[in-house]
Ligand binder design. Sequence first.
Ligand code: ADP
Ligand code: ASP
Ligand code: MG
Length: 443
Amino acid sequence: MKILKFGGTSVGSAERMKAVASLILNGEPKIVVLSAMSGTTNALVQIAETLYQNKHDEAKALIQALHDKYKQVVEELYTSDDKKKQANELLKQHFEYLNAFTLDLFTIHEERAVLAQGELLSTALFQFYLEEQGEKSVLLPALNFMKVDENEEPDSAYIAQQLQKELEKHPGVALFITQGYICRNAFGEIDNLKRGGSDYSASLIGAAVDAQEIQIWTDIDGMHNNDPRIVKNTHPIAELSFDEAAELAYFGAKILHPSSVKPAKQKNIPVKLLNTLQPEARGTTISTKTESGKIKAVAAKDGITAIKIKSGRMLLAYGFLRSVFEVFERYKTPIDMITTSEVAVSLTIDNAKHLDEILAELKEFGQVEVDQDQTIICVVGDFIAERSGSGLAVFQSLQNIPLRMISYGGSKNNISVLVNTSDKIEALTKLNDGIFNGNEAHA
Ligand code: ADP
Ligand code: ASP
Ligand code: MG
């Protein structure tokens, strides 16, 4: 069994959906995971914001505009009047459901139900298309098997068990379609795996069925060595290890959801990043294989808060760091980077939801300084068999940029530095010139 996930752009129009169908129809058993059509989740976010603000007329107008867009897709996607009628009926149900939120109280629970509509629509429309083409496929409701627990962590045992049950309902079927991104939470409510979460869905599904391969189909020919939205002259990387890919995803390479490598790594399932617009391109293969001693790529993660705690008590004290970490643990706030000196510890977080409470507790230990609008720049490669000088090449490239923190040696595949977000573009560009373009041996 293979898992094939298609992102927003890949199913972004009737034409793109037809292209996806032609890519998947080869008789091999597979589960196809779809995102919402591009722009839909953003539109639903906007609708939810308007509903929070009780701007009901504005919300209705946005819902109508989205409905009109989908009516156009239906016109272009199907040939028979019967299918068009069936699909328009489906749209009517979903858009009436959305409109009903303009009549009632709007909370986070309703917001999550609104956000789920994109994937529910794309998969249903795609399934109708396959039916019209006479293909035998089954739409699996992700809300019947995809689940997170009270810590918002996927419940892998439940997912595997329930998915198996769903699959067993359809003996002899080789093609399944399901929604990415959406899930149920510990209370059984509709929830989601956060923005970009369809990649995570695909990986969790792959791990649940012990898939032979997970393919993430998107709008670019694999993981590039730098952020192509910011830097010119980037190139795709043919092979990455699970750890390298996980670091890049976690530290901002948007092509993969931050958590999406972990389930595949745990089950040792290769992940391929492929381009729907250029299916013959080699893309990137993520597996246990890597090329030693190479700097592979650079990624950047914004929205970082740096916290420095200065304390006389740290001097010669054991147990100090544990007390500091426990504060973050109590607020379920992961720490990304950490550096220490004799009298101070600096660390970074990307989730500032409980910042005020955390700072109040940290102040008990000593003086606390906070810097917001920081960016982690992460250089990824295999540094264990480090070519002498690869660290030097990184720091030389960044010589004119103020570095707030440096982390080297924490893992064998990562050198990270913390910079002001205003210096990010320059840092990424300088690294590209310094470690890739100027010296192909590194690339
Ligand atoms: P999808 O909708 O298919 O999930 P995304 O927009 O989430 O697609 O991810 C693909 C995009 O990620 C690319 O179009 C590219 O702009 C962006 N991106 C950021 N960093 C990288 C990188 N290092 N390599 C490739 N793409 C990247
Ligand atoms: N549709 C969701 C989003 O836009 C999930 C995804 O595309 O992966 O975030
Ligand atoms: Mg994505």
